[in-house]
Design a binder for this molecule. Structure first.
Ligand code: NAP
Length: 523
């Protein structure tokens, strides 16, 4: 049976694609859920509408007023949470606690930006730094200001966070006064479309402030103009295409890339078997491998432990992973659901085969039966790999397997551990487990240049920490090198991407007038 097409909200109206579209599936049951298409839709019209109508309406508001709109979105999404969980179960194959990472994570992030934005009050521009004298006479000075860019923000998003991936970007964009066009990944586009639909139907935002276009990405980049911005999350291969597009290379369209990453966890050289640091690392590795079936860009892929603890760590991680029941997320005994699609299952199995050319299997959950799901589903159980010669490995430091897979590696000196961690060529996050604040500080600084975030864990923060892979809005998200070189979130730093910085050089009398419209960036 052919399922209905999801309409796109574009150019201020609902538009349905003109062909039969691409089907979305339940990754556990294999049933077709809905279809997406944007065939025949006038892309130029939609971009122009967002730029002109949506942009002008948003910029007519202050930061405080836009923050109030974010708060209304929070209330609306909260009211519809149950429907979002149902879509996530059906389309992403996630258990409720994994759906929460996406759905409640989004609501939390929106709420955070609503609060931060409210503090900017009636301002319509941002004052960046203090006034600087340009001459002996203070009448002539420079004030750096930031104003919202007069273009659209195009989001091309990945399949693993259809909710959070939209709102973690849209919150700072809308707060900045920049209209959003989101193109969700096809496999899980339904949740993104439904959330936009709820916001549009409730009339929360000015028309044109938020648009959704599902289905093919063809032609989207061609629409971008110099004052637009594009924020891409996805694979390194697609990132290359985005970066080399004329819009970026010739028109200087500002571009943020969040790509893949071989994130690490590092156990202190002073740790002993059964020490608190050891236990904290083991728990976090197991959590990271299994949350969202390992389909998190921030998940731990490589685990570095002192050589003396290699076998103990393998046993402890394997013992915990053995308790992870895998299968149909509708069964309450299931702890870990499916990968999002058959394509992802094939990709994970192929990646696993590649890693196995350099690593042995230390634990394989796939020997246990699935719960309420059969082998034809997209379920894959956790696999822990390991090698005793990680310094000579190549594939293990370069291939990201986007599923419940990690590799354990021993190190002989801390410098060797740092060297191997850096062979990820730039990652989103590294976590460090130690009971010694001096080592934690040293490791954090040593790893900072190759990571967007260092998550430094010790027993005193065991019950407080936010988790290796959880992206929190007050902290930076992104990473150098192969992680994409992008920056998102980080509190009000996120507004930078959607603003243009200008140095106004002129009479202090005019600068006084500008200052009256501005809020000082608190960072
Ligand atoms: P992907 O295949 O690169 O797709 C990402 C998005 O790009 C999708 O919306 C896709 O649309 C679109 N796309 C595909 N080809 C395109 C083209 N030629 N021009 C413009 N857009 C195009 O990546 P994915 O498989 O969805 O995501 C998994 C990857 O994302 C992993 O490597 C993961 O590490 C990374 N990721 C990174 C972060 C981060 O924050 N750093 C977060 C999540 C995921 P269709 O779906 O319609 O093809």
């Amino acid at each position: 049976m052919t399922t209905p097409l999801l309409p796109n909200f574009f150019a201020g109206r609902w538009q349905t694609g003109a062909d039969t579209g691409t089907p979305l599936f339940d990754p556990v049951l294999g049933t077709e859920l809905t279809r997406v298409s944007n065939a025949g839709i006038d892309l130029a019209e939609g971009f122009a509408f967002a730029r002109q109508q949506g942009g002008a309406a948003l910029r007519a508001l202050s930061y405080g007023q836009r923050a109030a709109l974010l708060n209304q979105i929070v209330a609306l999404l909260q009211a519809n949470r149950d429907a979002y969980y149902e879509i996530a179960t059906a389309n992403s194959g996630t258990v409720a606690k994994d759906s929460a990472v996406d759905i409640d994570g989004a609501i939390f992030t929106l709420g955070y930006y609503a609060k931060q934005g409210a503090a900017l009050g009636d301002a319509t521009l941002l004052l960046d730094g203090e006034r600087i004298r340009m001459a002996k006479d203070p009448a002539f000075q420079t004030q750096h200001i930031q104003v919202p860019t007069q273009g659209v923000a195009l989001f091309i998003n990945a399949f693993n966070f259809p909710s959070w991936g939209l709102w973690e970007k849209a919150a700072p964009a809308l707060l900045s006064g920049v209209p959003v066009i989101v193109k969700p990944a096809t496999a899980t586009a339904w949740l993104t479309q439904r959330m936009v639909k709820d916001v549009v139907d409730a009339g929360v935002l000015p028309v044109g402030a938020l648009s959704v276009i599902c289905g093919s990405s063809a032609g989207l980049m061609d629409q971008l103009q110099p004052f637009d911005v594009v924020s891409f999350t996805g694979s390194a291969d697609t990132a290359r295409i985005i970066r080399s597009h004329r819009a970026v290379s010739e028109l200087s369209v500002r571009c943020n890339i969040e790509a893949d990453s071989l994130n690490s966890a590092l156990l202190s050289p002073a740790a002993t078997e059964g020490s608190e640091a050891f236990k904290l690392l083991v728990s976090e590795v197991v959590r990271e491998m299994t949350v969202k079936s390992g389909q998190k860009c921030t998940a731990i892929r490589r685990i570095f432990v002192p050589r003396a603890l290699y076998k103990a760590a393998a046993l402890a991680i394997g013992a915990k992973l053995a308790k992870t029941t895998v299968g149909n997320p509708r069964n309450e005994s299931v702890r870990m659901g499916a990968l999002v699609s058959q394509e992802q299952k094939a990709s994970v199995l192929a990646g696993l085969a590649q890693l196995k050319t350099e690593a042995a299997v230390l634990f394989d959950g796939n020997t246990a039966p699935l719960v309420d799901a059969d082998a034809s589903s997209a379920c894959v159980a956790p696999v822990l790999l390991g090698t005793e010669s990680p310094m000579s490995a190549q594939v293990l430091h370069t291939v990201e397997v986007f599923g419940p897979v990690a590799t354990l590696m021993p190190y002989d000196s801390i410098d060797e551990a740092y060297t191997m961690i850096r062979r990820g060529e730039g990652s989103l996050v590294c976590s460090v487990y130690s009971e010694d604040p001096a080592f934690t500080a040293q490791a954090s600084v040593a790893l900072a240049s190759s990571h967007g975030r260092v998550h430094a864990i010790s027993p005193d923060v065991a019950a407080l920490h936010s988790g290796h892979g959880n992206v929190m809005p007050m902290s930076l998200h992104g990473g150098p090198g192969r992680a994409g070189g992008g920056e998102e979130l980080g509190g009000l730093r996120a507004l930078n991407f959607y603003h243009r910085r200008t140095a106004v050089q002129g009479t202090s009398l005019a600068l006084d007038q500008i200052a009256a419209q501005g809020a000082k960036l608190p960072i």
